[in-house]
Design a protein around this ligand. Structure first.
Ligand code: 0A1
Ligand code: ZN
Length: 850
């Protein structure tokens, strides 16, 4: 076997040919689908000379090949087909191919595959080459015409409908697109439909296609879609550009959803929702993902990426846009806190370990391994920083220029930065390091006050990451406010720009102010500053910036938990009273109060301890965190029942942010209550629940206390026919299992008849849930590591993409003690030595081993 080769950004060249248009015909059959393709090609003036034509193609049985009507006798190799230059005219020509593929046996869920009787596609990043011979790269854009022949009742592809009859349908997509945005769906589906009229008067038919029986669970997704379409018109001036917009829900899907032009395909768990089956978090995620995929129509489809190194061009921007949208729909403060929690949990974790890579990587072996938190979430943070640096008006001008200058292009990060430079006059040379250098900067802060002047000194450190031992100073926007000792703001939010390794800023101050640094989390950095608990408590009570208010409480809790873990400290009144004040402050948004009550996560704590030079002990973090929760429960206990009662929502369920925030706080209170009353209140709440948020919330309260076996049975009986709900049933009992039982629970559930491990959602809800149980996965026995590795090796031959994604469970190994490191090393070595390991998992394991 040959070593898989890395692809390098520096090797980019335009394609030898241009594709003028594409016509495809699909004759669908589970094991023998015929795909015939007619490509009108011409030499690409951007690549002078007379070149071979190289088409990508994998697992295709070539049935016929004709050039300008003449048969060609050529044999494809394992990755494609080369037509030698000598056979090619120098003028435009037509290439016709016919291939046979087998969707039913396609378990990788890439290309054309089947999901419970329905045909669907996933072409990003390089799946189209599993459908037909084609230059499968994003800078080759062409209009597509598609004919589908099948007896299935609903036949869909990109663009506008162009005719249909018994057993066939045709679609025309007038917008030139890269192959990764191609999609096809065929199945026995029903639509939940609604009309939409764009700002300029285009009538658009909106359809959400689902299996019969699921159509009454589409209302929230449809409502989210309509709000997204309207929002993109008002916030960015972007209108929809086809007569129909179709969304299809599929049960077998590797990722969340896919933005195929005019035909978005969704993992069904991000479409289907009813109060009885979806939690508030599910509703929020559906809203965000529907928006994300819709927003891609402009940021991704109309303007796409020149090559896959530029992935953050579409993903960072589209995540940034969906975050703005969710903030507008809900609460900006709460949304920002949630986004930062996610950024730290996923991206800081990635950036601090062996898988760290720049937002724009410069090499890869398997591109599917780069759909990461760094490209998505840090990519969005970088745009947030740009916006702060150039201001809202500058951002709006730059985006307008981006859309006018690059509509129809396959663009680069250089193009993106150029529109900001041209629209605002700002030089972004140094800023670009955020795209090209990996690692989370650490910013140390010192303060000094001499009676007249207050000085803040910052020092940034950019840690080494794989392949990047040294890096220069970054441009770091630090949003700062100053409060005086009685809580009044004496300096409203001001953005300081750090550009050097060490830099000081001076402010006149007659009294020593209290600084509120990095307001709104204005840059994705780790702030290192010695702060007294009194000052943190002061900011938690007084900061006018809601993010930093929450952050102060968070830091207080983390400092305390670190001391509990390292020197056996106990929660004292400083922390307990501070949390109590927020919890019972009715002037604050319940959603914010619920977030303030959430204790630091175990993985987050492990990262923090490691960052402070302390080797984390997962079992001890788990038990101390529990002790912390118990102390808080005892402290708040007498007031909890009244809070729980006051937050009960009368009337029917609504998924809006206000009601969701009240439920979140109620469940947080119930969770504390369950530490005191042996689960009585939670068991009652479980039985009284009329929505999934409370059903799951109460069940988790019980599971956290080793209770809930009866409720698990009730849950299973009630929901056994519902896949998306049963995913929760599997995941909850593993994620909340006692650390000593997590592996056994997982192992037992892998033998459950409903553990359909080939379904990515189900696999994630079992194996992924074990990786999410920090102390269970990192159990000293090594059983967690072994079980996860066993299952990754089992999944890999069938679905390498999902196996590779889930291998990130191991990415934090360098943090832990020598015994655990040795256990992980052994599992990584075992995986690496497995014959036939996929390129996907092979690359991940190789990078993690270093
Ligand atoms: N572009 C999609 C996510 C996506 C990426 C890769 C996939 O297969 C490898 C599938 C979907 C998005 O950002 O939503
Ligand atoms: Zn995306």
């Amino acid at each position: 076997m040959s070593e898989p080769r890395a692809v390098h950004l520096s090797d980019y060249q335009p394609f030898t040919h241009i594709v003028r248009d594409v016509a495809l015909t699909f004759r669908l059959a589970p094991r023998a689908t015929r795909v015939s393709a007619t490509l009108r090609l011409a030499p690409n003036p951007a690549r002078p000379g007379h070149h071979d034509l190289r088409l990508d193609g994998e697992n295709l049985r070539l049935l016929s090949l004709r050039l300008d009507g003449q048969p060609l006798d050529l044999t494809p190799d394992a990755t494609g087909l080369t037509i030698p230059a000598a056979l090619l005219p120098s003028a435009p020509f037509t290439l016709h191919t016919e291939v046979e593929i087998s969707p039913e046996t396609n378990t990788a869920l890439e290309g054309l595959y089947m999901s419970r009787g329905m045909y669907c596609t996933q072409c990003e990043a390089e799946g189209f080459r599993k459908i037909t011979f084609y230059p499968d790269r994003p800078d080759v854009m062409a209009p597509f015409r598609v004919r589908i022949e099948s007896d299935l009742p609903v036949l869909l592809s990109n663009g506008n409908p162009a005719g249909q009859g018994a057993g066939w349908a045709e679609w025309v997509d007038p917008w030139p697109k890269p192959a990764y945005l191609f999609a096809l769906v065929a199945g026995d589906l029903v639509a939940h439909s609604a009309p939409f009229t764009t700002a300029s008067g285009r009538a658009v038919a909106l359809n959400i296609w689902v299996r019969p029986g699921d159509q009454d669970r589409c209302a929230y997704a449809m409502d989210s879609l309509i709000r997204s379409m309207r929002w993109d018109e008002t916030a960015y001036g972007r209108e929809y550009d086809l007569d129909v917009f179709n969304i299809v829900a599929v049960d077998d899907f590797n990722m969340g959803a896919m933005e195929n032009k005019g035909l978005n395909i969704f993992n069904s768990k991000f479409v289907l929702a009813s109060p009885e089956t979806a939690t508030d978090d599910d509703f929020a995620r559906i809203e965000a993902i529907i928006a994300h995929e819709y927003f891609h129509n402009w940021t991704g489809n109309r303007i796409t990426c020149r090559d896959w190194f530029q992935l953050c061009l579409k993903e960072g921007l589209t995540v940034f846009r969906d975050q703005q949208f969710s903030g507008d729909m809900r609460s900006h403060a709460v949304k920002r806190i949630e986004d930062v929690l996610l950024l730290r949990a996923r991206q800081f974790r990635e950036d601090g370990g062996p898988l760290a890579h720049p937002v724009r990587p410069d090499s890869y072996v398997e591109i599917n391994n780069f759909y990461t938190a760094t490209v998505y979430e840090k990519g969005a943070e970088v745009i947030g920083m740009l916006k702060r640096l150039v201001g809202d008006d500058g951002y709006a001008r730059a985006l307008d220029l981006y859309f006018t200058r690059h509509d129809g292009d396959a663009a680069t990060i250089e193009d993106w930065l150029a529109v900001f430079q041209d629209a605002t006059g700002r030089d972004l040379t140094q800023f670009k390091r955020w795209y090209t250098e990996a690692g989370t900067p650490r910013v140390k802060v010192w303060e000094d006050w001499d009676g007249e002047t207050y000085t803040l000194t910052f020092e940034q450190e950019n840690p080494p990451t794989p392949g990047q031992p040294e890096k220069g100073a970054k441009v770091i926007p630090v949003a700062l406010g100053l409060l005086n000792p009685n809580g009044d703001e004496v300096l409203p939010t001001t953005v300081l720009e750090l550009t050097e390794t060490r830099q000081s800023f001076r402010f006149p101050a007659a009294a020593r102010p209290v600084p509120s640094i990095l307001r709104g989390f204005s840059a994705p950095v780790i702030l290192d500053r010695e702060v007294s608990p009194e000052e943190r408590a002061f900011l938690l009570a007084h900061d006018t910036d809601p993010f930093n208010r929450w952050e102060a409480g968070r830091a207080l809790a983390k400092d305390l938990l670190a001391r509990m873990v390292t020197d056996g400290a106990s929660p004292g009144p400083d922390w307990l009273d501070a949390v109590a004040r927020v919890t019972f402050d009715d002037t604050l948004d319940p959603a914010f109060r619920a977030l303030a009550l959430r204790l630091p996560g175990e993985d987050d704590m492990a990262a923090t301890l490691h960052g402070a030079g302390i080797t984390p002990d997962p079992a001890r973090i788990w038990s101390e965190r529990r002790r912390m929760a118990e102390a808080l429960a005892r402290h708040l206990g007498p007031r909890l029942p009244a809070l729980i009662d006051a937050l009960a929502e009368p009337g029917p369920f609504t998924p809006d942010a206000r009601a969701a925030g009240r439920r979140a706080l109620r469940i947080a209170a119930l969770s504390l209550m369950s530490r005191l009353d042996g689960g009585r209140a939670a068991a009652t709440a479980y039985r009284a629940a009329n929505n999934m948020t409370e059903e799951v919330g109460a069940l988790v309260c019980l599971l956290e206390n080793g209770l809930g076996q009866e409720e698990l049975r009730l849950f299973e009986t009630r929901w056994s026919a519902d896949r998306n709900v049963m995913d929760k049933w599997f995941a909850l009992q593993i994620a909340h299992a006692h650390p000593d039982q997590a592996v056994a629970t997982t192992d037992r559930l892998t033998r459950h008849p409903a553990f359909d491990w080939k379904n990515p959602n189900r696999f994630r809800s079992v194996i992924g849930a074990l990786s999410a149980n920090h102390a269970g996965f990192h159990h000293a026995s090594g059983g967690g590591y072994r079980l996860v590795a066993d299952w990754l090796l089992r999944l890999d031959p069938l679905n390498p993409q999902t196996a590779a994604r889930m291998s990130t469970a191991f990415e934090t190994w360098p943090r832990y003690d020598a015994d655990r490191r040795a256990l992980v090393a052994a599992e990584l070595a075992r995986m690496a030595a497995t014959p036939g390991l996929s390129r996907d998992l092979g690359e991940m394991v190789g990078r993690m081993r270093g």
